[in-house]
Design a protein around this ligand. Structure first.
Ligand code: GLN
Length: 188
């Protein structure tokens, strides 16, 4: 099993470090030729969704990745990665638009938007959650399963083979969310 990590911008190296700790094979997706290698899952990291969206288009990565996501490739989007998957984006433009959620960008304000919480994640238990200029899910469609909330806002959800978190599990000690994603979608 091999996991591709979109490595155009943002916190991609941290995801790689988590996968190293879990002993999972991974590689970075930086250009179109990288998609020629086989992979079984895709991580869309945190960073700046507008920059990633532009780079995905400029580097001709958008169409092939969208096709694979729509075909059911297991995908895990954190923070900006959540925004890239959302069908609708408040304060920005949709990208892959493959998940039936409305994301509110920079939902907690740009300056005061970074905080830490500990909440229950459905199927895992209580985990640390680090938010950095995070979005939240303002609305989730019928086919979407809500997995975590903080302050009454949805901050983790799944639909089909897609998992998203508004927080950054790759920045915390806990490996639980990556393990959850791999177990649920990649090692059936
Ligand atoms: N504010 C960023 C965006 O809108 C997301 C922040 C993050 O990924 N930490 O793309």
């Amino acid at each position: 099993m091999r996991i591709g990590i979109l490595a155009l911008q943002g916190a991609f190296a941290e995801h790689g470090a988590v996968l190293d700790r879990l002993g999972e094979e991974h590689f970075e997706i930086r250009r179109r030729a990288d998609l020629e290698d086989d992979f079984d899952g895709l991580i869309l990291p945190g960073g700046e969704s507008t920059a990633m969206r532009k780079l995905l288009c400029d580097l001709n990565l958008f169409d092939p990745l969208r096709e694979r996501i729509r075909a059911g490739l297991p995908v895990f989007g954190t923070c900006a990665g959540l925004i890239l998957l959302a069908r609708e984006v408040e304060g920005g433009l949709p990208c892959f638009a493959s998940m039936d959620i409305r994301a509110r960008r920079n939902a907690y304000g740009r300056q005061l938007g970074s905080f830490y919480a500990e909440e229950t994640f459905d199927g895992i238990g209580r985990i640390p959650m680090t938010f950095i200029r995070a979005p939240y899910i303002a609305e989730a469609g019928k086919g979407v399963q809500v997995l975590a909330e903080t302050g009454g806002r949805i901050v983790a959800a799944r639909q089909g083979s897609q998992l998203v978190t508004a927080f950054h599990p790759e920045l915390d000690e806990s490996l639980a969310v990556h393990r959850f994603w791999i177990k649920l979608f990649l090692k059936k």
